[in-house]
Design a protein around this ligand. Sequence first.
Ligand SMILES: [Zn+2]
Length: 413
Amino acid sequence: MNLRLNRIEDSVLEKAFEGDAALARYRPWFEELRKAKPYQLEDRVEELFHDKSTTGFSAWNRLYDETLAALTLDVDGETLSLEATLHRLSDRDAKTRETAFHAISKVLTDNARLLTHITNVLAKDKEISDRWRGYGDIADSRHLANSVEREVVDALQSAVREAYPRLSHRYYKMKAKWFGQEKLNAWDRNAPLPTSDDRVFDWETAKTTVLDAYGQFSPKLAELAMPFFDGGWIDAPTGKGKLSGAFAHPTVPSAHPYLMLNYMGRARDVMTLAHELGHGVHQRLAAAQGPLLANTPLTLAETASVFGEMLTFRSILDKTTDNKQRFALLSSKVEDMLNTVVRQIAFYTFEREVHLARRKGELRTEEINALWMDVQRESLGDAIEFNEGYDVFWSLHSALHPLTVLRLCLCVW
Ligand SMILES: [Zn+2]
């Protein structure tokens, strides 16, 4: 339908808007749709692209996802999934982290030929589509989907890269010192700090903390958030077979949103609740716009959630009087932000390099490893020891889902 709507001449559409106020209300929706118009191809070609996607990039993405999901790792005699092993990289015990690191490195190295091939195919697939559609820059199709201009993203990328030395480089230098080391091993980068905050917030406390924080900003905000708790709109506990992570789903505008969490009572979980509730409140407010206009690009959607999260963080910090706990809260916030902004820009830079290099020909694993290491050194600085085996870690992120990581970073910025 979108393709057909875009076939309508501008002048015809303009006239229709003028004559019909009800239709004119949807002008922003049409405008968004028509941004893709210059890159739209003849119907038959679009049809072919669509049909071929099943055996093209969708199939390769699936192969990647299924390959990673099916990996089994030997971790000190134990057989674990990749997900479970990655989790151990933030374990309290240094030996556990190190063992996990080596297991991950080994399994990725064992699968490097396949993962390199998938990356090459996907980057080439994107190049073919971009060339046919006439996109100038490799990230342009992504910018279009995010409703953001290339100049904005370029400015963001260079601002963050310039700030690496005084953000990430400086932070990891301090973190190494807190661990009594000159340099942090690669497996210690996300290690919990020796002083980390182990308080447990029960669900009632989490609820009042978030509602108070929202209410202090605006009583209306707390009022909008209230039914999520009272109406059973939140699925909070962890459970067997439940997907990890958290999200807010708007369902349909005539109903109400639902939140899915894996609440375990850590300070971070309270922040996640606040984050998803931010989405939820936004989704409630946007519902009145109707199904077509209630949708927002991810860049905008994350604004409400990050805002709610920060309100709550501030409020928890204000209520925390113990200096050690304050230090723990602040440092884990800094680390989260580095993982969001610095790490995502580093991924973006890496993905760009891979796509650009692929245009000149098929890439060997060693070439991708080298691109990865350049970006890692630039973004993390020399307080990190890039231990042997770290160079294949790109395949955990890779250039496979082209440039998606950018969205989170944009809203935090
Ligand atoms: Zn979010």
